[in-house]
Design a protein around this ligand. Structure first.
Ligand code: UT7
Length: 329
């Protein structure tokens, strides 16, 4: 064990996307929108929607099973399960406990709330637990069933989001590959520009909260857009600084997938070729905490990330929160 602690690597990745597809043309029949508006303003063509009765733990456990298979580990090898979600099965118990039970794992389990930055936040917690020597194998899941929390009559939000889950097994390693650095940021003064107001202790469920549609996601889109671009650039630069690397060293940037125009603006600010950025927003929309991990999974699977690649994950979301991870794959 060095002064930096144990090395930490991603030993397996998994993803699960529900079958049902909702296209922009489908949305044209539901609200006053067009495929053209959605594609030019967001880059999104379609998104997937969970089946009736499918909860965040149902999606998450499928992603987790694949990640465990790829890590060649069994549920009983896990020391901890961390689930990032803003659409938990229930307020409590945690979605992580449901996943622990469904997997048949025997370890601690808890949820983390950092909205779209949730997976990247959870990865940094897993990194710290393993680096300290406390645990050897941790399952980190990002899973969302946002379709249950969207106002399907509000065209300014309902076209943006989709359902899905991704998972990573994070393990102690010794081959020089793995997580180099992590970085977290937040600004609660802007909590009101992206939130789901009711259902918690500030606005407990009532006839009034239901009537005022306070159980649905609310967003001031153009405000969020500006902060997203600024903080994603910041988070990439900060994590590179911690790892003594520069933007030119990045082989693949895996950003949170909210809007194609945000990704183009981040690319311009960082002066990184757009080809180095992995983009799948056109197929899934914004899956909040599942977006970054599903993109990471697909980038590895497609060969865009190869052994030795320097990878940066970067996310931004409600809170506000932002986070990044620098990985030597
Ligand atoms: O994951 C968490 C982070 N979330 C994000 O990063 C989302 C960030 N924000 C965005 O991606 C963009 O701000 C949006 C895609 C949400 C909106 O794009 P915009 O270019 O900022 O549009 P806008 O909100 O300024 O709206 C422009 C116009 C408005 O009409 P008027 O007032 O100009 O007549 C809207 O009413 O577009 C209208 N509009 C729509 N029109 C057709 C809004 N939604 C739609 C729609 N279809 N679905």
């Amino acid at each position: 064990m060095s002064s930096q602690g144990y090395q930490v690597a991603i030993s397996g990745l998994g993803a699960y996307i529900p079958e049902k597809i909702l296209t922009n043309l489908d949305l044209e029949k539901m609200v006053d929108t067009t495929d053209e508006w959605i594609q030019t303003r967001t880059g999104i063509r379609e998104r997937h929607i969970a089946a009736k009765g499918q909860s965040a733990s149902d999606l998450g456990v499928r992603a987790a099973e694949e990640a465990l298979r790829n890590a060649k580990l069994k549920p009983e090898d896990l020391d901890l399960i961390i689930v990032a979600t803003i659409t938990p099965d229930m307020l409590f118990p945690s979605t992580a406990c449901y996943i622990q039970h469904k997997l048949g794992a025997k370890c601690g389990a808890f949820d983390m709330a950092a909205a779209c930055s949730g997976f990247t936040y959870a990865l940094s917690v897993a990194d710290a637990f393993i680096r300290s020597g406390q645990y050897k194998n941790i399952l980190v899941v990002g899973s969302e069933v946002l379709s249950g929390f969207i106002d399907w009559t509000d065209r300014s939000t309902c076209v943006l989001f989709g359902d899905g889950a991704g998972a990573a097994v994070v393990s102690r390693s010794s081959d020089g590959h793995g997580i180099i650095a992590t970085y977290l940021g937040s600004d609660g003064s802007q909590a009101d520009i992206l939130q789901l107001p009711a259902g918690g202790s500030m606005f407990p469920p009532s006839a009034e909260t239901l009537q005022n549609k306070m159980h649905f996601l609310k967003m001031q889109g153009s405000e969020v857009f500006k902060v997203a671009v600024r903080t994603m650039e910041l988070a990439v630069r900060e994590v590179l600084k911690k790892g003594n690397l520069t933007v030119r060293d990045i082989d693949c940037l895996i950003p949170h997938q909210a809007n194609m125009r945000i990704l183009q603006a981040v690319a311009e600010r960082l002066e990184i070729p757009i080809e180095k950025i992995f983009i799948n927003v056109e197929r899934y929309g914004n899956m909040s905490s599942a977006s970054t991990i599903v993109a990471f999974y697909e980038a590895v699977k497609s060969g865009k990330i190869k052994k030795g690649s320097k990878v940066v994950l970067v996310a931004f979301g409600g809170g506000l929160t932002w986070a990044s991870t620098l990985i030597h794959w």
